[in-house]
Ligand binder design. Structure first.
Ligand code: ADP
Length: 633
């Protein structure tokens, strides 16, 4: 096959454009990204050679080589790792492996990324960062185990296209050759490369080497010097997670975090410990400070990188962490696992179960400490990841109380933007208050202005405001907190101690009967309300029914929802209801009365943010009644 021109996918062009035109600071990170890719490729080669010795292609030492050629103006990052086939190269270096391409593009164009281009790091686009410093990038690669003439040359100068050509390469692995831009020639200097490797890639497990030429006195003739070229290793290669905590600076921790997470921002918290006893392992985990954009995607990779006796076994071991802690990044190394573990084996391996339990506890403890010691930092963390953590209430029954302690909610008694814990709520409950009240809604403003909170406002009772889609499910999963039950402000019959309720029930019984008859296909019951003060009516879901917001969500997803299950609540203290009662007493068959009932139902729908059943008919009846009012007035 000869040279073959290909067009980059749109998202690659977008990334390249941002890389080249927006990222000005920290250009040197391209080296970290390329060394990191080279190290990943060696990890893979080493892992696969465990089962297929032929892939090792002899016993050459694994290493990453930097070759600076000042004459040609090129810097090469060379590895003897797994390499790529032609198809793999086309896929890996021409597209971006993400499922939600559309959302991804939207994100790329967003203000947030434009203003903080370093955010692109988290998209896993390390390779393309080479174009920050190079006009042209060539990749010569050969997959381990294939013949020397099966190599491929990939080339691009970031003009929207790349070429693929057959090539020859005697050693397995990949050479990434950068033709440096005029203003990036410093990356040919030994001291500069040395500094960058030390700063960003010191912990890389494999030697990062470079040929260094020094001049020394000529042993033959003391007056002269001779030059000597030696290969030097630039990194200390210490696995940071195996080091003693006291030996590690916070910069080193942060740098390693960036390496494992592809995130450019510093983490919110570091959890580093060593477990000893029947199961021994080391863990270095991080709580990130920013939510990765793809964390809600199906193919989001969960779990720490797993090492067994210094060999990387897999880059994401999902069996080690519950999904509700999927934001946690890091490394776990255990010598109690066999080197050839597969994902299947890990699923029900006893050692893994023990490690998972320990990691889960440590992460929850760390969150608890953060909440206790630094409420502001915890609030920021929660804004990013609270939604995910909350899933634990549903999925981790055993720890639901521990997780419940970590939840934060808005409430009617604190200023917007601030949040409280359930413990704080319970402490502030009124002496006679028995339940924890909450309201679900799409946002704080609409929840607060809803008629459902009228009586709470009047009685000065605090109500938690929950705005996440599945909050209602979470709360029913939790059931009780500190022996207090949860009560939704929009579900069930509320009883906040209105002594006259029984009396009113009798007084309005007949009118309610008539209303129920009129609305029999629409509601299951019409009753006196314990929650209204200013509004005349509202619709309420049954105690055990699905939250209306959730019901709507399911409907939008095409699920059939049962109709006519809800209750219409009526406020007997409202003037309109009193008038209707009079009208009823005068003429129980009044057509006006029937119009009112229909209108009230539609009004209740409106209050919920819904549309009246038939907006045209609604308008007509309303206008007629208004005209009557004007006449009467
Ligand atoms: P990421 O490393 O996050 O996947 P990159 O853009 O850095 O993203 O790399 C894309 C892909 O290209 C990698 O996943 C890998 O499959 C391939 N790749 C990059 N560099 C190398 C290399 N040195 N050896 C083998 N494959 C590589």
């Amino acid at each position: 096959m000869t040279a073959n021109k290909h067009v980059f996918k749109a998202e690659v062009n977008k990334i390249l454009d941002l890389m080249i035109h927006s990222l000005y600071s920290h250009k040197e990170i391209f080296l970290r990204e390329l060394i990191s890719n080279a190290s990943d490729a060696i990890d893979k080669a080493r892992y696969e050679a465990l089962t297929d010795q032929s892939l090792a292609e002899g016993s050459e030492e694994y290493k990453i080589q930097l070759v600076a050629d000042k004459e040609a103006g090129t810097l090469t990052v060379r590895d003897n790792g797994i390499g790529m086939t032609r198809d793999e190269a086309a896929l890996a270096l021409g597209t971006i492996a993400h499922s939600g391409t559309k959302e991804f593009m939207k994100l790329l164009e967003s203000r947030e990324v434009k203003d903080n281009p370093e955010l692109i790091g988290q998209f896993g686009v390390g390779f393309y960062s080479a174009f920050m410093v190079a006009d042209k990038v060539a990749v010569i690669t050969r997959k381990a185990g294939t013949a020397a003439d099966h190599a491929v040359l990939w080339e691009s100068d970031a003009d929207g296209t790349y070429t693929l050509e057959d090539a020859e390469k005697t050693t397995k692995g990949t050479d990434v050759v950068l033709t440096l831009k005029e203003d990036a020639k410093e990356f040919l200097e030994e001291w500069e490369l040395r500094k960058i490797v030390k700063q960003y890639s010191d912990f890389i497990e494999y030697p990062v080497v470079m040929e260094v030429t020094r001049s020394k006195p000529d042993p033959e003739d003391k007056e002269k010097t001779v030059s000597e070229t030696k290969e030097e290793t630039l990194n200390s290669r210490k696995a940071i997670w195996l080091k003693d905590k006291a030996e590690i600076t916070s910069e080193e921790y942060n740098e390693f975090y960036k390496h494992v997470s592809h995130d450019f921002t510093d983490p919110a918290r570091v959890i580093h410990y060593r477990a000893e006893g029947t199961t021994e392992f080391s863990a270095l985990l991080y709580l990130p400070s920013k939510r990765p954009f793809d964390i809600f995607y199906q193919d989001y990779k969960i779990g720490p990188t797993l090492y067994v006796r210094r060999v990387q076994i897999m880059d994401h071991c999902e069996a080690m962490l519950p999904t509700y802690l999927r934001f946690v990044k890091g490394v776990v190394e255990s010598s109690d696992l066999p080197l050839n573990v597969s994902r299947e084996i890990l699923q029900d391996n006893r050692t893994v179960t023990v490690i998972k339990k320990s990691l889960t506890k440590k992460v929850l403890d760390a969150l608890n400490e953060m909440k206790r010691d630094d409420a502001e930092a915890y609030g920021q963390f929660y804004a990013e990841f609270g939604r995910i953590l909350k899933e634990g209430i549903h999925h981790d029954y055993e720890r639901r109380e521990t997780i419940a302690d970590l939840l934060l909610f808005e409430s009617t008694k604190i200023e917007p933007g601030k949040k409280i814990t359930l413990a704080e709520y319970v402490e502030r409950m009124q002496p006679e208050q028995k339940e924890i009240y909450y309201i679900t809604g799409s946002d704080r403003a609409s929840a607060e202005s809803s008629p459902y909170l009228e009586v709470f406002k009047e009685k000065g009772i605090e109500v938690l405001i929950m705005t996440d889609d599945f909050d209602d499910i979470i709360i029913s999963g939790l059931g009780v907190y500190k022996e207090k039950e949860f009560q939704s402000a929009i579900k069930g019959d509320l009883d906040l101690g209105d002594e006259k309720k029984e009396e009113k029930k009798k007084e309005y019984g007949d009118l309610l009967e008539l209303m129920k008859e009129e609305l029999k296909d629409l509601v299951s019951e019409v009753r006196i309300s314990g929650r209204l003060k200013d509004s005349a009516v509202c619709l309420v879901a049954g105690e055990h029914d699905l939250d209306p917001k959730m019901a709507k969500m399911f409907q939008a997803m095409g699920q059939e929802m049962p109709k006519g299950q809800r209750v219409l609540e009526v406020n007997p203290d409202h003037e309109l209801i009193a008038r209707m009662k009079q009208l009823f007493a005068a003429d129980r068959n009044s057509s006006q009365l029937k119009d009112y009932v229909g209108l009230l139902y539609d009004q209740a729908l409106l209050l919920e943010g819904d549309k009246p059943r038939d907006p045209v008919a609604f308008g007509r009846v309303l206008s007629k009644l208004m005209a009557d009012g004007v006449k009467a007035g």
